[in-house]
Design a protein around this ligand. Structure first.
Ligand code: 4AZ
Length: 284
C-alpha cells in the first residue's frame, strides 16, 4: 500500500489520491493531532514491540516489487492457520488505483522473522492465492484471501479461526490485539520490527455511525467488525493489512480498512472472520 495517509477512508484514499497530491495534504502529524493531544504514542499505531516467538502464526507477505523492500519486501500481514495455509486480506492482491487483481511478483510468506531488516526465520513461496468469491473491492466486503504454501510448516504453531456465525468474540469492549509491520505514524514510517496493540471491539451501532451507508466505504456489520478507542491513538495502519486481530487467542479479524489511522471516532475496520469462516474452511 502506498505509505501515505490522508483523511479519507483508506481504501477510497488509495484510489482517489495520486502521489502528486501528497504534498498538498495536511501533514500526518496534523491529521493525527487528536491522538497526539491525548498523549498517545504513535506506534503500529500506539502499541509495543512483539515477537513471532510468542505469536509464531504471525507472518509477513513479501514481494520483490514492493515499495520499501528494505523490509524484506513486506506489503501485508497474515496468519498461519494450518501447516500449509495463511489467511490474509483479499485487498492485498488488488491494485488500489484500478481495483483489479494484481500480481505480487516473487510472492513469499515470511515466518519467524521479527525484524524484517534481517534474514531470521524462513521465506516460503506461495503456490496459490484464493480470494473469497464474494469479495467486493468496491464495498470492502468479505476481504479475505487464503494462500497455499509451497512447503508445509508442520512444526509451527497455528492460530484457530473464530467459527462460523460466532458473535461472542465481537461483544463491545472485548479486548482485541492486532499485529503488524505497518505504519507507526501514518506518514509512511513502516516498522522494521513486529508490533502489536490491544484495542476494544466497537459496537456495530458506533461503527455504523463512524462509517455510514451511502459511500463505498460504509460499515457492513455482517462482514466487518471495528476496533479502537473512541479517543483514537491506537490502531492498525497502512502495511498492517491482512494481519490478524486476535480475541482470546483466536483469529477474529483481519486488518481491512479505515479512515486514516488512530484518529478519534474512526476505528479500524476488520474483516469479520466469523462471517467468512465457512468459506475459508472450505479451502483449508
Ligand atoms: C490500509 O491502508 C489500512 N486504521 C489498514 C488499516 C487501517 C487503515 C488503512 C485502519 O491498509
Amino acid at each position: 500500500m502506498p505509505p501515505f495517509l490522508d483523511t479519507l477512508p483508506a481504501r477510497l484514499g488509495r484510489r482517489a489520491v495520486a502521489l502528486v497530491a501528497l504534498a498538498a495534504l495536511p501533514s500526518p502529524l496534523l491529521v493525527l493531532g487528536a491522538a497526539q493531544q491525548a498523549g498517545a504514542q504513535r506506534r503500529i499505531v500506539g502499541g509495543s514491540t512483539a515477537s513471532t516467538a510468542d505469536h509464531p502464526w504471525m507472518v509477513a507477505l513479501s514481494s520483490r516489487k514492493q515499495f520499501g523492500s528494505a523490509h524484506s519486501g513486506q506489503f501485508c500481514g497474515g496468519a498461519l492457520v494450518t501447516g500449509t495455509k495463511v489467511v490474509t486480506a483479499a485487498h492485498c492482491f488488488y491494485d488500489e488505483s484500478t481495483g483489479r487483481r494484481t500480481d505480487r511478483p516473487g510472492l513469499r510468506v515470511v515466518l519467524g522473522r521479527d525484524d524484517l531488516r534481517g534474514t531470521a526465520g524462513r521465506e516460503v513461496a506461495v503456490t496459490n492465492v484464493w480470494i473469497d468469491p464474494d469479495y467486493s473491492f468496491a464495498a470492502n466486503t468479505r476481504d479475505v484471501a487464503v494462500l497455499t504454501l509451497a512447503e508445509a510448516q508442520p512444526e509451527r504453531p497455528v492460530i484457530e479461526l473464530v467459527g462460523p456465525g460466532e458473535s461472542e468474540p465481537y461483544a463491545e469492549g472485548t479486548p482485541a490485539t492486532v499485529f503488524g509491520w505497518g505504519d507507526t505514524r501514518g506518514d509512511g514510517s513502516y516498522s522494521p520490527v513486529l508490533r502489536q496493540v490491544t484495542v476494544p471491539i466497537v459496537s456495530d451501532a458506533v461503527c455504523g455511525h463512524a462509517y455510514p451507508a451511502g459511500g463505498d466505504t460504509a460499515y457492513d456489520a455482517r462482514t466487518m467488525v471495528c476496533a479502537g478507542e473512541e479517543r483514537g491513538g491506537k490502531d492498525a495502519c497502512q502495511g498492517d493489512s491482512g494481519g490478524p486481530l486476535v480475541v482470546a487467542g483466536r483469529l477474529a479479524g483481519l486488518v481491512s480498512w479505515g479512515t486514516g489511522c488512530a484518529e478519534a471516532a474512526h476505528p479500524g475496520v476488520y474483516t469479520r472472520v466469523a462471517a467468512v469462516a465457512e468459506s475459508v474452511r472450505s479451502v483449508l
